[in-house]
Design a protein around this ligand. Structure first.
Ligand SMILES: [Zn+2]
Length: 200
């Protein structure tokens, strides 16, 4: 059974975005890239552990991934997703990195007799090295990219100062999180309206 964290839970732990249907999108959204300097939400004391714990319900069991490897996968995902949104080619190194993470931990399907029927599970062969959580995220992203109906819904937040990405399951969705960027836009529109009416 997979458990997706809610946006509320993610925000409760200091992440402005999260709880998207894809862990790979949540990972990309752990950096605010348009602030000066970019703000890495996984860099704070205990932040990475908290993030991985929140996402653990939909990832294979694995030790908390090393921060350098995490950043490398996140950069590759960002480049590939941005390329998809902008209909351009991704850099060769991003594609290479993503593929390398995806095949860093081989898997095999298994069946188990639960006494109450057969259950199919996946065994991650981490005895060969690599980290199953990172490999699972890379594979999830690749499956998503291969599913054109889904990947065509990938969007960038409509707030120009926001770098967050999301999958618009509802085609009218334009904000990463309504309580972050949606609110800011509503406040700006309200200000503009009241300002214009008092000026006129
Ligand atoms: Zn946003």
């Amino acid at each position: 059974m997979t458990i997706t964290p809610t946006l509320n839970e993610m925000q409760g732990h200091g992440f402005s975005m999260g709880g998207e249907p894809l862990v790979s999108i949540d990972l990309v959204d752990t950096v605010a890239r348009k602030t000066q300097p970019p703000f890495d939400m996984l860099a704070g004391e205990g932040s990475a552990d908290a993030w991985w714990a929140l996402e653990s319900g939909r990832l294979p069991n694995a030790p908390t991934p090393d921060p350098i490897a995490t950043r490398r996968l996140r950069d590759a995902l960002r480049e590939v997703f941005e390329a998809l949104i902008d209909s351009r080619s991704a850099t060769g190194s991003a594609i290479q990195d993503l593929n390398a993470f995806a095949d860093s931990v081989p898997t095999s399907p298994r069946i188990e007799d639960t006494g109450n029927g057969m259950q199919v599970t996946t065994r991650w062969h981490h005895e060969h090295g690599g980290n199953a959580a990172l490999a699972a995220i890379a594979r999830e992203a690749i499956a998503f990219i291969g599913d054109e109906a889904e990947s065509s819904k990938l969007r960038r937040c409509a707030n120009e100062t926001c770098s967050m990405l999301f999958v618009a399951e509802n085609s009218r969705r334009i904000w990463c999180a309504a309580n972050v960027c949606g609110n800011r836009a509503r406040v700006a529109r309200h200000y503009q309206r009241t300002h214009e009416s008092s000026a006129g």
